[in-house]
Design a protein around this ligand. Structure first.
Ligand SMILES: [Zn+2]
Length: 300
């Protein structure tokens, strides 16, 4: 077991010391390089992530709407760091709170980071980018503590598809990327220049996969309720390639940082179609309209 598997979950903290105890195979150099063993529960857990999500094999579910508080607030003091495993954003002005859906309590955003290529696949398709919005259950005082509990963490995952239209929100993040790309700037946070609202990173949340899984980086804690949106956002390959230039070692670029697919182990994967308040409202207005037409006919 590598020492990092025993330590704090480095990648889910805002900052962590340089840690070369674990990493990813460089698939640009050798496509067949085996995925390394990270030790502990990463290797022998039964609810590990990511997994392939099939529309066909999932259970159909319906939950109340997910509720988002403060996600539309433009963040002015957001910080960003190259932690050697990803690019991470932190330092939100107010609590961004997620509730509703199948969640039993309120979850607040701790940090946001990305994976290039996507970690989850949908119907066996891998996407160029996956953004993870990591939330901590409010009943636990910090993320390290939360990682010890089944209901400790919720990650909202957004997959991005290839487009020829640059993504504006991703563009805002890329603007500050140069300052942290090189190894000598690793673990040194910078301010995100552009003001960014977190909901700019999120497409429609009406349909999503919900399943019980783990962190996809050591310690691989089995504490995560995954919400993987089926709607994807556009991003250009040129934008994704900017992330591939960040260094995790002297002159070593992080060409890919996704974990290999894990066994599903008969877990329930629920494809949730949110009850839509708007649709309810629409049918009500439609009824009024029809009622109006009907009464007009009666009157005239
Ligand atoms: Zn992640």
């Amino acid at each position: 077991m590598s020492h990092s598997a025993l330590g704090t979950p480095c990648s889910i903290l805002a900052l962590c010391s340089a840690d070369h105890g674990w990493g990813y195979p460089d698939l640009d150099i050798n496509q067949d390089e085996p995925f390394p063993k990270w030790g502990g529960i990463c290797d022998n857990g039964r609810r590990q992530s990511p997994i392939n999500l099939h529309v066909k094999g999932s259970l159909k579910g319906e939950f109340d709407a997910l509720k988002f508080e403060n996600y539309d607030e433009h963040q002015k003091s957001l910080q960003m760091v190259n932690n050697g495993h990803s690019i991470q954003l932190f330092g939100f002005a107010h609590d961004l709170t997620l509730s509703g859906g199948g969640l039993g309590s309120d979850y607040v955003v701790e940090q946001i980071h990305m994976h290039w290529w996507s970690e989850h696949t949908i119907n066996d398709i891998r996407y160029p980018l996956e953004v993870h919005i990591v939330h901590r259950n409010k009943i636990y005082p910090n993320i390290t503590m939360a990682a010890n509990f089944d209901d400790g963490i919720t990650v909202l995952a957004v997959l991005y598809h290839v487009s020829n239209t640059p993504n504006e929100a991703i563009g805002s993040i890329i603007k500050s990327l140069d300052a942290i790309k090189t190894y000598d700037h690793m673990n040194v946070p910078v301010n995100v220049e552009d003001s960014l609202a977190v909901d700019d990173l999120v497409p429609s949340v009406n349909t999503y996969f919900n399943y019980a899984g783990s962190l996809t980086t050591p310690t691989c804690a089995e504490a995560v309720t995954w919400i993987v949106l089926t709607d994807t956002h556009p991003v250009t390959l040129d934008q994704v390639n900017q992330f591939k230039e960040i260094e995790y070692n002297k002159d070593k670029q992080l060409h890919n940082n996704y974990r290999e697919l894990q066994a599903e182990n008969n877990r329930a994967v629920v494809l949730v179609q949110q009850r839509s308040g708007a649709a309810g409202l629409m049918s009500f207005s439609l009824m009024l309209l029809l009622l109006g037409v009907f009464s007009q006919k009666v009157l005239f």
